[in-house]
Design a protein around this ligand. Structure first.
Ligand code: NAD
Ligand code: IPM
Ligand code: MN
Length: 369
């Protein structure tokens, strides 16, 4: 039976990077003999324009019935003044919640040929995994909203976590740490927030089931500093929704561009959601200059984690490294004084270079041919 992949291009550069992902999936699934059906639906501002709401029923139904969901990005100035529940971002949050995509894995890895694009002096390679809780905290807590109190307006957001919500993301982070270096950093604000004190307590309890994992608790403000000071010292970093959002963009800057980072948003029962970390980048949309690497690597995560095709995932990751080693760069990674051998290319051309190399790698993995 065909497996169904739902593609949600969204807004701004979303459709541009999704175009690359679609071509990549078509080419590689063909070579791997995987029968995939690609179904495209609107989300975000595009869905507001087409159907009056950011997550139309048909989009949600298709996503829930899919084997995996791939998302570009949502949002843009055109929809910024809509009421909160009709904003593009509300559609994305509702989708994550409906899929119960609670575990957002955001790998931050230095691409070897891009070590010189780190803003850090004497940069060393970074390879960390941010595990961000994605369906709780300030993003979803109620009450929320702006109210008139008479004299002036008042705004409320609620930071709520249940013990169960914390426990499932923490358990996953421990398992990932065991598979990686055995080091886990839990980031919170336990000196101020009740939700963080519960978070820390749960980490300490779960820790007893993983005696080989070395655990450190770091306050989020100190973590922002440490990530700039010595990011290579960290491996798995687990944290709540908003802290993870902020620290992962910082991670993008550390490895050269936000456009490089992929993510997988995992649920307990599937389907999982795959999305680059960056947004719709309205400032560069429509010009074929967006970096599609975050979207391409999100596709690799999908091949491994949802489609059980780790060879395809490996071919994609290796092809991305190859393309950068061969000197291809999108504008975000081209310095004014670019060294000889570096060529600036557009989104599509970059994507085509990755697809060609990934296809070659995948075809040549046999022993005799
Ligand atoms: P952004 O991530 O869209 O852009 C931040 C900066 O990074 C911009 O200068 C942009 O040009 C650059 N950038 C981002 N992705 C890039 C890429 N692939 N290649 C090259 N450069 C890239 O964040 P923002 O500007 O704060 O937000 C713009 C809109 O995107 C907002 O409406 C926001 O809500 C939305 N957003 C959506 C998602 C998502 O859909 N997952 C994530 C973040 C922001
Ligand atoms: C992200 C984005 C989203 C988030 C927004 C668009 C709702 O910033 O995926 O990182 O805050 O989760
Ligand atoms: Mn973000």
């Amino acid at each position: 039976m065909n497996r169904k992949i739902v593609l949600l291009p969204g807004d701004g550069i979303g459709p541009e990077v999704m175009g690359v992902a679609r071509a990549l999936i078509e080419t590689l699934s063909d070579i791997a003999g995987a029968r995939l059906e690609l179904l495209e639906y609107p989300i975000g501002g595009a869905a507001v324009d087409a159907a009056g709401e950011p997550l139309p029923e048909a989009t949600l139904r298709a996503a829930l019935a899919a084997d995996a969901v791939l998302l570009g990005a949502v949002g843009g100035p055109k929809w910024d003044d809509l009421p909160p529940e009709r904003r593009p971002e509300a559609g994305l949050l509702a989708l994550r919640k409906a899929l119960d995509a609670y575990a957002n894995l955001r790998p931050v890895r230095t691409i070897p040929a891009l070590l010189d694009r780190s803003p850090l002096r004497d940069a060393r390679p970074i390879d960390l995994l941010i595990v961000r809780e994605l369906t709780g905290g300030l993003y979803f807590g109620t009450p929320r909203g702006i109210t008139e109190t008479g004299r002036e307006r008042e705004a409320v957001d609620t930071l709520r976590y249940t013990e169960g919500e914390i426990e499932r993301i923490v358990r996953l982070a421990f398992r990932l740490a065991e598979r990686r270096s055995g080091r886990l950093t839990s980031v919170d604000k336990a000196n101020v927030l009740a939700s963080s004190r519960l978070w820390r307590d749960v980490v300490e309890r779960v820790r007893k089931d993983h005696p080989t994992v070395e655990v450190r608790h770091v306050l989020v403000d100190a973590m922002a500093m440490a990530l700039v000071d010595r990011p290579w010292a960290f491996d798995v970093v687990v944290t709540e929704n908003l802290f993870g959002d902020i620290l992962s963009d910082l991670g993008g800057a550390l490895v050269g561009s936000l456009g490089l980072l992929p993510s997988a948003s995992l649920s307990e029962a599937g389907p999982h959601l795959y999305e680059p970390v960056h947004g719709s980048a309205p400032d560069i949309a429509g010009r074929d200059v967006a970096n599609p690497t975050g979207m391409i690597l999100s596709t690799a995560m999908m091949f491994e984690l949802s489609l059980s095709l780790p060879d395809v995932a490996r071919a994609i990751v290796a092809a991305v490294d190859d393309v950068y080693a061969d000197g291809f760069r999108t504008a975000d990674l081209t310095p004014a004084d670019a060294p000889a051998g570096v060529r600036t290319v557009g989104t599509e051309a970059f994507g085509a270079a990755v697809i060609e190399r990934a296809a070659r790698r995948l075809k040549s993995k046999g022993v005799y041919a």
